[in-house]
Design a protein around this ligand. Structure first.
Ligand code: LLP
Length: 420
C-alpha cells in the first residue's frame, strides 16, 4: 500500500509539499490526501487483475469527496454505492452509472427509481422483501432491474465486531442456504434479470483465508445455480482488504488476487471487487495542532484541535492510528493521551503515545483517508474540517471548512410570540 507521507530529517511531507506548509496555509484540523497515492492504490488492483475480466467498484462510503471520486472515475473505476446521495456524487464526479453497483439493506422505492432511471450495473439485493419491491418498482418504471443477490456465506472475517458482516448474526445479505430458492424466485420475476452474486464479509481483513473461504462457498452456489439453468455474468467478492495502521501486515492487492484468481481459472464470469479502505486510507492524513498540554500527576494530555467529531474511529472501534509531530522538536518526550475539545471522555485520537511535543506543534494522524471525513459530524457545534488534495507540488482545496452559517443552514427560530 502506498503511504501518503515521507519523512526527511523528521519533517513530514505529502508528495512534494511539507505538512507544516499545508497546516499553516489551510489551518487545522484539516484532511489532506495524495492524488498519486490514491491512483497508485487503484492501479495496483488493476494491474493484479490485468489477465481477468473485471470491474473494480470503489466503495464510495470510504471517502466520498467529489475530487476523490473524479480521480478514480478518470482511471476507469466503477463504484459501489449504498445511497442515492452516493449515486449523485458519482454522477457529479463524472463516474459512469453503468459501472455502479448498489448495495445496502434498506433501499427505498425512490432510491430504486433513480438508479433504474440512470441504468446502473446492478442492484446487490439483500433480502426477499427487497427483491419483491425491486420487481414492482421496475415494472412501474417499465424497466428490467439487473440483480445480484448478496449472500451471507457465514464466514468469520476475524475483524472488529462492528465491521464484520459475513456471519449469520449480522444483518447483511441472504443466508447462503436460502440463496438458491431466492434465485429461483428472482429468475421467475417479470422485471428482474439475474446477473450476479455477491458477498462482503467485513472490513480491515488482514489475512486472505476468509476471502478464499467465502469465494469457495460462493462458487458452490454458482455451480448449483448453473445446474438449475441460472447462469451468472459476474461474481462480486466485495471489499474488505485491510491496511497497515500499526504493525498489521495485510496482503497487497497483488497477493490477494493471486490467492483469488486460481479459484476462478476457466470461469467466464467477470470478477467484481468493492475495495474502499485499501484505496484511500493510507493516501490521507488528518492534521491537527496542539492547543495545550497538561498533566494530572503522571498522566499527560495533549489537547489538540481535532476531536471525535472529526475522526471517530478511535472512539467507536478503539482503532489504533499512528500520530506524529510534522516537524522534529526538542521538547521532552512524555507519554501522552492525545485528546480533543469535545465534552466526552471517549473523545481521544490516541492513548499512551511517546511524543516530543509542545503547544503550537502540528501533529499528523496517519491512515485517515478512509472513514475519516465521511464519518465526521457537527457534534458540539463544531464546523467540519476542510479537505485538501495534493497533486505533486500543487495544493487543491477540495472541500472548504464549514462556517457558522453552514452549521445553522436549514434551522429556523420559532415565530415571535405576540404580546397583546
Ligand atoms: N462493500 C460493502 C457492501 C461494504 O459494506 C463495505 C464497507 C465495502 C464494500 C468496503 O469495504 P472496505 O474495502 O473499505 O473494507 N467505518 C468502518 C468501516 C466500515 C465498513 C463498512 N462497509 C471503519 O472505520 O473501520
Amino acid at each position: 500500500m502506498h503511504h501518503a507521507t515521507s519523512a526527511q530529517n523528521g519533517t513530514l511531507s505529502i508528495e512534494g509539499v511539507t505538512l507544516e506548509t499545508i497546516a499553516t496555509q489551510f489551518g487545522t484540523p484539516c484532511y489532506v490526501y495524495s492524488k498519486a497515492a490514491i491512483s497508485a492504490n487503484f492501479l495496483a488492483y488493476q494491474a493484479a487483475l490485468a489477465k481477468k475480466n473485471h470491474l473494480i467498484c470503489y466503495a464510495v462510503k470510504a471517502n466520498s469527496n467529489l475530487a476523490v471520486l473524479q480521480t478514480l472515475a478518470q482511471l476507469g473505476a466503477g463504484f459501489d454505492i449504498v445511497s442515492v446521495g452516493e449515486l449523485e456524487r458519482v454522477l457529479r464526479a463524472g463516474g459512469d452509472p453503468a459501472k455502479v453497483v448498489f448495495s445496502g439493506v434498506a433501499k427505498t422505492a425512490s432510491d430504486i427509481t433513480r438508479a433504474l432511471e440512470l441504468g446502473i450495473h446492478c442492484f446487490n439485493v439483500e433480502s426477499q422483501a427487497e427483491l419483491v419491491l425491486l420487481n414492482s418498482v421496475a415494472q412501474a418504471c417499465g424497466k428490467t432491474a439487473p440483480v445480484s443477490l448478496r449472500v451471507n456465506p457465514d464466514v468469520d472475517a476475524q475483524t472488529h465486531p462492528y465491521i464484520s458482516t459475513g456471519l449469520k448474526e449480522n444483518k447483511f445479505g441472504i443466508d447462503i442456504n436460502l440463496a438458491s430458492t431466492v434465485y429461483q424466485q428472482a429468475a421467475g420475476m417479470s422485471h428482474i434479470e439475474v446477473v450476479g452474486v455477491d458477498c462482503h464479509i467485513g472490513s480491515q481483513l488482514v489475512t486472505i483465508e476468509p476471502f478464499v473461504a467465502a469465494l469457495e462457498r460462493l462458487l458452490i452456489l454458482v455451480d448449483q445455480l448453473a445446474d438449475m439453468g441460472i447462469t451468472l455474468k459476474h461474481i462480486d467478492i466485495g471489499g474488505g482488504l485491510g491496511v497497515r495502521y500499526d504493525s498489521e501486515q495485510p496482503p497487497t492487492a497483488e497477493q490477494y488476487m493471486s490467492a483469488i484468481l486460481p479459484l476462478l481459472a476457466n470461469r467466464s464470469e467477470t470478477l467484481l471487487l468493492e475495495p474502499g479502505r485499501s484505496i484511500v486510507a493510507n493516501a490521507g492524513v488528518l492534521l491537527t495542532q496542539v492547543q495545550f498540554t497538561k498533566s494530572n500527576g503522571d498522566k499527560h494530555f495533549a489537547i489538540v484541535d481535532a476531536a471525535m467529531n472529526d475522526m471517530i474511529r478511535p472512539a467507536l472501534y478503539q482503532a489504533w492510528m499512528d500520530i506524529q509531530p510534522v516537524q522534529p522538536s526538542h521538547a521532552e518526550t512524555l507519554t501522552y493521551d492525545v485528546v480533543g475539545p469535545v465534552c466526552e471522555t471517549g473523545d481521544f485520537l490516541a492513548k499512551d503515545r511517546a511524543l516530543a511535543i509542545s503547544a503550537g506543534d502540528y501533529l499528523c494522524l496517519f491512515s485517515a483517508g478512509a472513514y475519516g471525513f465521511v464519518m465526521s459530524s457537527n457534534y458540539n457545534s463544531r464546523t467540519r474540517a476542510p479537505e485538501i488534495m495534493v497533486d505533486g507540488e500543487k495544493l487543491h482545496l477540495i472541500r472548504q471548512r464549514e462556517t457558522f452559517d453552514d452549521l445553522v443552514r436549514g434551522e429556523h427560530l420559532l415565530p415571535a410570540v405576540s404580546s397583546c
